[in-house]
Write a protein that binds this ligand. Sequence first.
Ligand code: ZN
Length: 386
Amino acid sequence: MGRVDVRRKYVESVGLGFALRQAFEVGTDAESLRRCHVPLMIEKLARRCSLGEGIAEGRGKLYNFVFRCRVALREMEHDKLETVNHCIRGAAQQAAASGGLRTSLIERFLRTGEETWDGAGSGRFTLAQLNDDEVYTGATKTALRTLFRLLADLLPAEAQEVPQVGLETIRASIGPMVKGLVERDWQEVALRELTARTFVLNFQGAQAAVDAELSTCFMGTAWQILWALFGDYGLKPEEINVECDGVSAGDFAHVRLSAYETKDPYSDVIVHESAHLLHYLKPEHYGLHVRRGQERFVDVEFCHRELFAFECEAYSRVVRHDKRKSRISFAEEMKERAFSFPRDRIEEVAALVLNAARARNGWRVIREATVIPRVRGRAREFPTYP
Ligand SMILES: [Zn+2]
């Protein structure tokens, strides 16, 4: 369910009477904030008011009423963000206090994703700096978990109850791609790994994804996941920037809830993000037999990785159509009908999708356009540098 749908459902379920009371009596405690997913509620209230429903008094009073609703809405949004800021500070303070660390450095990470303490990043460090880095990294991971918990308390209960998108759903989405692109004797392992490593960021999915990411040594992706999730619920301060539909940085792939719910008939962000895993993960790590020159499940040219993911995404949609004819006509309409792809790439993406739809084996067309060519019967030669 999208943010707007949650709100709509909320208004319908609590009824206007309650919504009305709430518009004027909301507090800033966690309980009140959890309940106030309001813009739509107020809009609806205002519309009802202007229709005159339930308001028997004069026009002046009516407008006054609508105005007060709007003010209440703005105040509530403001209070909500105030509370979010309070949560950020609280999480940083708590984590810093236990090790005598600087709150400002941890808070800075929570707000920007930047690690600015001594010894962070790359370079040559002293032992003391390396120790510093370890201590700050540990504390910051704790702070991220605390912040996640605090912000979760502000979500409507129903958002927290939605279960994680199931493994079967993910498996079904990526099945055709894996079959079409991965060598036969690697397919089962690829399917298993991609399924287990792909998360859709509803609340429960994000919780699992943050755990998975924090078990690695990097924190940046966990940070992105946190704000992608709470951003979808209007709980992200504006200055925090996470403008993406998904994140796949190597070990795991994450799909933003709002992207997962898009109505674009050519989009499947689960496929897009797990396609990136195909060119990250190495079959030899899973005990599979690898021939010389092979490195990843699919060795995509570095410069074609994004095109590859878009192709997998859209072509997975094409192959849902049984008949060749309807596949082609569906692909032909992509340029006009697909709306969630970047405008500057749609021509290129749609043209290749159409070529694939026309071919006997469309996956092969995608492969040929994006994968590093291998010399037949001989290992690919790598350039040698002195
Ligand atoms: Zn991508």
